[in-house]
Design a protein around this ligand. Structure first.
Ligand SMILES: Nc1nc2c(c(=O)[nH]1)N[C@H]1C(S)=C(S)[C@@H](COP(=O)(O)OP(=O)(O)OC[C@H]3O[C@@H](n4cnc5c(=O)[nH]c(N)nc54)[C@H](O)[C@@H]3O)O[C@H]1N2
Ligand SMILES: Nc1nc2c(c(=O)[nH]1)N[C@H]1C(S)=C(S)[C@@H](COP(=O)(O)OP(=O)(O)OC[C@H]3O[C@@H](n4cnc5c(=O)[nH]c(N)nc54)[C@H](O)[C@@H]3O)O[C@H]1N2
Ligand code: SF4
Ligand SMILES: [Mo]
Length: 679
């Protein structure tokens, strides 16, 4: 048989980064070459963004980790894994199973996410596992479950968007965060405090103050009712709870909403008439409205708006959330979340425990219950009540967690920090043990994209000598703790299929062969003969009575308001050329050229008031810390707000970890700061 390297056949696979999971080909060799792949609907035509085109540069990068490090010194795998297993056993014996915690990521394959959850519950016996999706999707997921009984980011294929006449996009900047997505969009209404690249494509831009979207959504629905635009037939047939929502809106008359949000009434009216007048329309939300201490309720308010207009569950119309990470969708289905078991099952549901325990060969009563959410877990590390060891796979919280200085301090206080990564991330740099792992193109695995389509990423290159896959690392630790775990992706996937069978996210009918033959399969797919479910809500919603639920929600102010000392709002987000904490993309030449350093976007009037010139270094300070960036002066942002990307260590020193009561999502998108030029 030919090894992948000796063949010159391009391998069909997907991008390592965001949830669009664009199709690409990789031609093995040195270097591995990225090429277009045009059979994947998400990026039909083969378009990729700059991150996708340059992704292979990291495979052979000099920063690649290739040997385990034990207290900073190179060690053999045997030494490193023996050491970790020994410390884990000792901590457990002395302090109990919850003294050991696990933190995962939404970039990990389904196989890894599943195995990490099983490893925590079975091999470690700990309840303390959560993942970075809590920082990403958790508010939208909670709101969708509340309304529809199920959370599948887009409950329809992305290509359906082209059938809609209007899309309302609240708090997403897809022109930078998933560029090929833009081609699926019809007439666009954007809600964003900044006139982003996406807002510039829009027919209508509403520019609210950060953290006021809930009021805005209430105001839009108020107008829908006041102007007689309700879809009464749909509300009667397909929903429950509308009257309570109608009553709760009474005081959100448009002029009051304008005062709270800064969005002119005339624009709100234009937006609702465009949506209601369209034969087909879609409401989408992104992190801009979700990453708030009221994110779940804000998404609920947008879902209420969509329901009042009769959109969800109709072909070419609907509500959807734009999942972010490569496997943000699958990563929240298979058990690395504190309250979940595989198949999107709830860990406190006795039937779910029984099913999964049987697949795992353990007793249901031996499975731990729900543990702490991501930020609460990070905050508890090394405290008397909290875990003393953390195993971390696929996240870089020193850069990406809110109030990051405090998080770094908690990580430093641990008895044992183990990080599996490709490169020496800011978090890996704090670890007692660093385990070098394979990259996307060096291993096979499945990813579930923002549409709920399960995709296959294929191996196209051999990893550098000395590097092991996360599945091998987990297996190596499990064996040392007395458990047998598979390390072959396909074997793990087959077990995942059984564990998910009968659950909401049922993958039991999905095989690698089917994914190849069908270019992806939509879950739920409960049997080998089942076609998969591209549009789960057409006939009924996943609630007990099959109807979608209106839920009344109340607006409230951001958790931290501006004050005399901190007079300006800070919001945070992304730029096109960098990905997440930047651990991967800050090392790739063309991306560094395109986005070399952190910056602070501010309005000319604010800049003049603070005597800040374009290009000045600016220090931004919140109640939690300070960070610097280069001033970018633009009238694309509101005068009361500044923006910083979070791809460089710093922005998250400032952010407020106030949590949403339902989703436990931190308020990344608004806090109060002051600014000064550094001279
Ligand atoms: N280039 C790039 N692409 C990515 C990523 C990346 O890091 N880089 N990450 C991926 C991931 S994991 C995710 S989650 C997605 C995120 O994708 P998006 O949600 O599109 O990205 P963000 O930039 O976080 O936020 C979107 C917009 O929200 C706006 N915003 C800020 N505060 C508010 C507010 O209070 N209300 C409203 N309405 N808008 C607000 C910001 O100005 C910003 O333009 O992107 C994915 N794609
Ligand atoms: N201020 C602010 N903060 C934010 C956000 C925001 O909008 N504003 N957004 C939040 C959101 S939506 C997200 S998703 C998070 C993301 O932030 P993080 O959770 O930090 O995500 P990444 O930067 O993708 O971290 C992935 C790490 O894992 C490594 N890695 C990549 N692939 C693998 C793999 O297969 N195995 C292993 N073991 N390691 C791997 C990478 O090298 C990198 O170090 O940030 C959140 N933080
Ligand atoms: S849009 Fe997302 S999936 Fe597509 S090439 Fe860019 S980063 Fe990769
Ligand atoms: Mo995300």
């Amino acid at each position: 048989m030919k090894s992948p390297e000796s063949s010159i056949e391009p391998v069909k696979t997907h991008c390592p980064y965001c949830a669009l999971q664009c199709g690409m080909t990789l031609t093995p060799g040195a270097p591995v070459v990225v090429g277009p792949r045009d059979d994947v609907p998400a990026n039909a035509g083969g378009a990729l963004c700059q991150k996708g085109w340059t992704a292979a540069e990291l495979l052979t990068h000099r920063d690649r980790l290739t040997t385990p490090l034990l207290h900073g010194e190179p060690a053999s795998w045997g030494e490193a894994l023996d050491y970790v297993a020994g410390r884990l056993r000792a901590l457990r014996a002395e302090h109990g199973p919850d003294s050991v915690a696990v933190f995962g990521g939404g970039g990990l394959t389904n196989e890894k996410a599943y195995q990490l959850g099983k490893f925590a519950r079975v091999a470690l016996g700990t309840s303390q596992i959560d993942y970075n999706g809590r920082f990403c999707m958790s508010s939208a997921a909670a709101a969708s479950i509340r309304a529809f009984g199920m959370d599948r980011g887009l409950p329809f294929p992305v290509t359906d968007l082209a059938q809609a006449e209007v899309v309302l996009m609240a708090g997403a900047n897809v022109a930078e965060t998933m560029p090929p997505f833009v081609r699926h969009l019809p007439r666009l209404i954007v809600i964003d405090p900044r006139r982003t690249a996406t807002a510039r494509l829009a027919w209508l831009h509403l520019q609210p103050a950060p953290g006021t979207d809930l009021a805005l959504a209430l105001g839009l629905l108020h107008l829908v009712i006041a102007e007689g635009l309700l879809d009464k037939g749909y509300i009667a047939e397909r929903t429950t709870g509308f009257e309570a929502v109608r009553t709760s809106l009474a005081s959100w008359w448009p002029e009051r909403v304008e005062r709270v949000t800064g969005v002119p009434v005339a624009r709100m009216r234009q937006a609702v008439h465009a949506l209601a007048g369209a034969a087909k329309a879609v409401v989408l939300t992104g992190r801009g409205v979700e990453q708030h201490a009221k994110g779940t309720d804000t998404v609920t308010a947008f879902i209420n708006l969509a329901l009042a207009l009769g959109l969800p569950g109709r072909p070419g119309s609907g509500y959807g959330c734009l999942t972010g990470q490569g496997n943000g969708q699958g990563g929240r289905e298979h058990g690395q979340k504190a309250d979940q078991l595989p198949g999107y099952r709830k860990i406190d549901d006795p039937a779910a425990r029984e099913h999964v325990a049987a697949v795992w060969g353990v007793r249901p009563e031996d499975l731990p219950g729900p543990g702490r959410s991501a930020y609460e877990l990070l905050q508890a590390l090394g405290t008397p009540e909290g875990p003393r060891a953390l195993l971390l796979f696929g996240s870089n919280p020193v850069v990406s967690a809110p109030r990051s200085l405090a998080v770094a301090e908690r990580l430093r206080s641990l008895d044992l920090l183990v990080v599996s990564d490709l490169v020496m991330s800011e978090t890996a740099a704090l670890a007692d043990v660093v385990l070098p792992t394979t990259q996307w193109a060096e291993e096979t695995g499945t990813m579930t994209n923002l549409e709920g389509r399960v995709l296959l990423r294929r191996k196209a290159a051999e990893p550098p000598p000395g590097v092991r896959s996360d599945l091998q690392i987990i297996q190596g630790l499990a064996v040392r703790l007395g458990h047998r775990f598979a390390a072959e992706p396909r074997e793990v996937f087959d077990e995942l299929r059984r564990a998910s069978a009968g659950g909401i996210a049922d993958y039991s009918g999905i095989t690698y062969e089917r994914i190849e033959a069908e270019t992806g399969v939509f879950w739920p797919c409960p049997s080998p003969g089942h076609p998969g479910t591209p549009r789960p809500f057409l006939d009924s919603f996943a609630t007990p009575d099959g109807r979608a639920r209106f839920v009344p929600v109340e607006h409230r102010a951001p958790a931290e308001e501006t004050s005399e000392d901190y007079p300006v709002y800070l919001t945070t987000g992304r730029v096109l050329a960098q990905y997440q904490s930047g651990a991967q993309t800050r090392r790739i030449g063309p991306l560094v050229e395109a986005a070399p350093e952190s910056f602070v976007e501010l309005h000319p009037s604010l800049a003049a008031h603070l005597e800040i010139d374009a290009g000045d270094r600016v220090r931004v300070t919140s109640r939690r810390g300070s960070a610097e960036g280069v001033a970018r002066i633009t009238d694309a942002i509101r005068p009361d707000t500044v923006f910083m990307p979070f791809h460089w260590e710093g922005a998250n020193r400032l952010t407020n970890p106030a949590l949403d009561p339902t989703s436990r999502m931190p308020e990344f998108k608004v806090c109060a700061v002051r600014l000064e030029a550094v001279r």
